[in-house]
Design a protein. Structure first.
Length: 137
């Protein structure tokens, strides 16, 4: 298992991208899946950075990555305000950009890329687990 802790500062997001790229390379995960994972995990982590903590408050987001022959799993946790993204309604993507309410597309994107998404709140922590099936040869 690999682990990374970042402050809730968008300026640190490049460290997340490097972490995911290195992890995928070490695990032999192909570039197409690695790019998708990077997009989904970045979206989830940026949401934590932007919304979990009150403005001006320093907080942290922990990212754990693990892979086996069948799945890659990322666990994203923080001690910010409780929020369960799995309960967020799907956006109506048939509406034009002008008609759609702001927000919700990031969670939609994560749902499209990952195979399973689970949320738990335990020990004063939001715990978001994202899993994608692998077709490793």
């Amino acid at each position: 298992m690999k682990h990374l802790t970042l402050p809730n500062d968008i300026e640190a997001i490049h460290q997340l991208n490097e972490f995911i790229d290195k992890f995928c390379e070490e695990e032999g995960i192909g570039m197409n899946i690695a790019m998708s994972l990077n997009l989904a995990i970045e979206e989830a982590v940026v949401n934590v950075m932007n919304y979990a903590y009150p403005v001006g408050t320093v907080g942290y987001v922990d990212i754990e990555a693990e892979a086996d022959e069948k799945n890659v799993t990322f666990v994203i946790s923080d001690t910010g305000k409780p929020f369960d993204p799995t309960r967020k309604e799907e956006p109506d993507i048939t509406l034009s950009a002008e008609e759609r309410p702001v927000g919700g597309l990031g969670i939609h994107l994560v749902r499209q890329i990952m195979d399973t998404i689970t949320y738990d709140y335990a020990d004063h922590k939001n715990i978001l687990t994202l899993r994608k099936k692998l077709n490793k040869q």
